[in-house]
Design a protein. Structure first.
Length: 478
């Protein structure tokens, strides 16, 4: 006699659940691909008790799981409601409709002068500035446009960043005055014939601040896209050497050199295109200088820090992280702000939270740098202790939700972890990490940190599959 489907399906589910529960962490990891890899896992309940672990005492490379620590420190120091304020000062006077004198824009460390938090309107802040200038009767500027970037020191990159990353959006320079995440947004259209050069456009509005050397080639439709982008060190010549199948479309954000000059150049173009004539020089000052700070002609306040932290953790944005890190340094008393002093502040926060800082090694805030080390025991302990922090709600709200948003938007769908697991993923070459929390089948809250280091495959999906198998094992067991 055949069993009905309605009977067989529950039996199968029960069988797989029992099989999963019969496993343990060691068995799952022993069956994993990439056996050359090093694994560490720490599992806690919401009281901090360790339920299970695998290599918990070993030091791991955290990749972007490092952002869990830095963003916690940011919220602790600034508070969720903190806003960056960028001011435009007028050093001169208005004569008719002409401003006779200089405009000085003081960099505040705001990383969000872009479209990220403004419905993709990348000119949002520039428009605000221009409208405020027009409201004061300014239709022409007879003077210079100047940038005060004295808030930060002159070190554009954290220690340990790889030169290879400097061409791309995730490895841009850091400056207190920044626009469009210090990158140009390139679009490539392989619309021509095979062997021809594809058409390109870029934002800001095909600016000549950068020079593209377009060596790209359109190839047969059956070929694969092969990416090649390189920006020259210390300049803004960008070589494009990709091969693209016919009718292929590609977009990429590529870094620029000298962010404050890029800001001024882009703002100058915007003013001239939007009713304010300006033909003067643009000048960047990296040290404090005297100018009239009593006359504020325009100002912009960022969204609350909570929204910026959402972007950092959900999108794993290195640029936002390092900008806020140097601002933390500057506001904590060191002028100009530095990466090293910002890292010191994060480590002091970790110590105040009762974390073991012996094995926390930081060369940056974002986790991109080589030489960053941590432990899954420490990362999971951080998540436990942040439950009682005054900024716990914005902190935990900033994490990516499995199957819903951020870097976890396409993961864990069709499982009980969907819209359940909330946390932070991490990736650099040879490293995949995942830390967060979820409710197990019983309703018990589980906090977990998983690290896979030293795998040699370029593909992360097999590693992700094992991470999710571990989570499903924990979901069923607890």
């Amino acid at each position: 006699m055949k069993l009905s489907f309605r009977i067989v399906l529950p039996l199968l589910l029960a069988f797989f659940a029992e099989t999963l529960c019969a496993q343990n962490l060691s068995a799952i990891i022993d069956q994993a691909p990439n056996q050359e890899a090093f694994w560490s896992v720490t599992v806690r309940d919401d009281q901090g008790r360790i339920l299970e672990s695998f290599n918990p005492g070993k030091v791991i490379v955290p990749a972007s799981n490092q952002k869990l620590l830095t963003t916690a420190a940011f919220l602790d120091f600034f508070g969720a409601d903190y806003r960056f304020q960028t001011l435009v000062y007028g050093d001169g006077e208005l004569s008719g409709n002409t401003w006779k004198g200089n405009l000085i824009i003081k960099g505040s460390g705001d990383p969000s002068i872009s479209g990220d938090l403004y419905n993709d309107d990348r000119y949002h802040v520039f428009r605000k500035f221009a409208n405020q200038l027009k409201a004061k009767g300014i239709e022409e500027i007879d003077g210079m446009l100047m940038a005060d970037v004295s808030l930060f020191d002159g070190q554009h990159y954290p220690k340990g960043w790889d030169w290879y990353d400097f061409s791309f959006y995730y490895g841009v320079q850091v400056s207190p005055l920044s626009f469009n995440n210090n990158a140009v947004d390139l679009e490539v259209f392989a619309e021509g014939k095979i062997g021809e050069t594809p058409r390109i456009t870029w934002f800001p509005d095909s600016t000549d601040y950068v020079h593209f050397e377009n060596r790209q080639v359109i190839t047969h439709p059956a070929t694969e896209y092969d990416e090649y982008y390189r920006r020259e060190m210390g300049g803004n010549r960008i070589v494009l050497g990709s091969t693209l199948p016919k009718d292929y479309y590609e977009d990429e954000s590529l870094s620029i050199d000298n962010p404050p000059m890029f800001f001024l150049d882009s703002f100058k173009e915007y003013l001239n295109d939007n009713g304010i004539q300006f033909d003067g020089a643009i000048v960047v000052y990296d040290k404090a200088f005297d100018y009239d700070t009593t006359n504020i002609l325009a100002e912009h306040e960022s969204k609350p820090l909570a929204e910026l932290i959402n972007w950092v953790n959900k999108e794993s944005d290195n640029f936002y992280t390092e900008m806020i890190l140097k601002t933390l340094s500057a506001k904590a008393g060191e002028q100009p702000g530095s990466f090293e002093h910002g890292i010191q502040q994060v480590r002091e926060f970790a110590a105040e939270m009762g974390l073991d800082t012996t094995h926390i090694q930081m060369n940056d805030g974002s986790g991109l740098a080589g030489g960053n080390f941590n432990k899954t025991t420490i990362l999971s302990d951080l998540l436990v202790k942040m439950q009682g922090h005054p900024e716990a709600t914005p902190y935990f709200n900033s994490m990516s939700v499995a199957g819903i948003d951020g870097t976890l938007a396409h993961r864990m769908k069709g499982t009980p972890l969907y819209n359940n697991f909330k946390g932070k993923s991490g990736f650099v070459t040879g490293v995949r990490t995942l830390s967060g929390y979820f409710e197990a089948e019983s309703g018990k809250k589980i906090i977990v940190s998983i690290a896979t280091n030293n795998f040699i495959s370029e593909k992360v999906r097999p590693i992700d599959a094992v991470h999710e198998k571990i989570l499903m094992y924990l979901y069923s067991k607890y």
